[in-house]
Ligand binder design. Structure first.
Ligand SMILES: Nc1ncnc2c1ncn2[C@@H]1O[C@H](COP(=O)(O)OP(=O)(O)OP(=O)(O)O)[C@@H](O)[C@H]1O
Ligand SMILES: [Mg+2]
Length: 371
């Protein structure tokens, strides 16, 4: 065995990048989340060759001070939390202080920013997959930040080999922009690919504008066949749109669930939604939905997975019951003849739990088969 030594900061960042930066879409997710955390009202995303050649994201957020640019590019450096208590009720999308350091270690990254309202101020920092000794130069930039990521994985050939076709990478990247556009109606999103405008979403303040954005992101057919959801049972609130059973899909490709503004994939949530649709969907069909769950940040742990796609609820059972009963009720109201008065057997859940399909209550009664 060799002796133990500390990894160089570059290698440590590249290892961390393995968790966070899987493909161009991951870069767009991280950089856009930073823009949203910085209070941007508008973000412009410009990509070339599916993002493998260039990803440039500009925002009009708070900006970064010149002296802080090297820190922004170092690992474990964040302005978003300072203590464990902060982490336990974090409201920002970022908190790990790893994203930019990771991206910078596997690409040619330029960070240009200005915290001042005068357009001629600003500074730029370049980091080219090297150690983190970043050079900062003056550069004109309006208030806000531009992150330019060129030649992703140029120095990690193994990763580069896993990149798929330009079209596939772009589709993943566009999906990230769509998710974030659905999470923040108040922010304008623009996406261009190879010089062509793909999405131009103006900020949506009114209910009608929000619906228009959902129609533009999910397709007009979804909005035409969706019902609005609005349910509250302290400490939870659920709102959004769910597709009518007639708008079911052959794939689970139109399912957006946000917890406190963060897009997540969660088994418990998926199960609650599936059960709510159980009586009204044909076997093998998938519901379409855009749903927002809001609850006290202290009730949900977001530090479960490096990409933050998973969360852990403090009271998973209550969350499940709330989602299930809210959706089940809404769907029953649409098709009263069929949903009301139906025999409602207990449906089996994992862990020997059973859910009553009328009330949505979970009980501990063991049920053998899956519903
Ligand atoms: N667009 C931006 N506008 C203003 N500040 C930014 C922007 N992007 C990054 N920063 C600053 O740089 C810091 C580092 O960003 P980075 O994404 O690496 O970490 P983070 O967002 O704090 O945590 P995470 O790794 O979870 O994303 C941020 O904490 C923030 O202070
Ligand atoms: Mg971040």
């Amino acid at each position: 065995m060799s002796r133990i030594r500390l990894l160089s900061s570059r290698l440590a960042n590249q290892i961390a990048a393995g968790e966070v930066v899987e493909r161009p879409a991951s870069v767009v997710k991280e950089v856009l989340e930073n823009s949203l955390d910085a209070g941007a009202g508008r973000v412009d995303v410009e990509v070339e060759a599916g993002g493998a050649k260039l990803i440039r994201i500009r925002d009009d957020g708070a900006g970064i001070e010149a002296e802080d640019l090297p820190l922004a590019l170092s690992r474990h450096a964040t302005s978003k939390i300072a203590s464990l208590e902060d982490l336990e009720q974090v409201g920002s999308l970022g908190f790990r202080g790893e994203a930019l350091a990771s991206i910078g270690s596997v690409s040619r990254l330029t960070l240009t920013s200005n915290t001042d309202d005068s357009d001629s101020e600003g500074s730029s920092a370049l980091c080219e997959g090297r150690d983190m000794d970043v050079q900062v130069r003056p550069a004109a930039h309006p208030r806000g930040t531009t992150v330019e990521v060129r030649d992703l994985f140029f120095n990690t050939p193994a990763r580069r080999k896993f990149l798929r076709t330009e079209r596939t990478e772009f589709n993943h990247l566009e999906e990230v922009v769509k998710r974030l556009a659905l999470s923040r109606f108040d922010v304008a999103f623009n996406l261009r690919h190879n010089g062509k405008a793909i999405h131009s979403l103006r900020s949506a303040g009114s209910a009608a504008e929000r619906q228009r954005r959902v129609a533009s992101v999910c397709g007009p057919a979804f909005m035409e066949q969706a019902i609005a959801i609005e349910a509250e049972a302290s400490p939870y609130r659920l709102w959004g749109w769910v597709g009518l059973p007639t708008f079911s899909r052959s794939q689970a490709d139109l399912q957006y669930f946000f917890v406190n503004g963060r897009v997540i994939r969660d088994k418990l949530v998926a199960h609650a939604v599936r059960q709510a649709y159980r009586d009204v969907l044909y076997h093998g069909r998938h519901p379409a939905f855009v749903l927002y769950l809001e609850l006290d940040p202290a009730q949900v742990d977001v530090n479960v997975h490096p990409t933050k796609h998973e969360v852990r609820f403090r009271d998973g059972r209550a969350v499940h019951n709330f989602i299930f009963s809210s959706l089940h009720r809404a769907l029953a109201e649409v098709r009263p003849g069929e949903a009301a008065g139906v025999e409602t057997p207990l449906v089996a859940m994992a862990d020997g739990l059973a859910v009553d399909t009328t009330t949505g209550e979970i009980s501990d009664q063991p049920v053998l088969a899956w519903g």
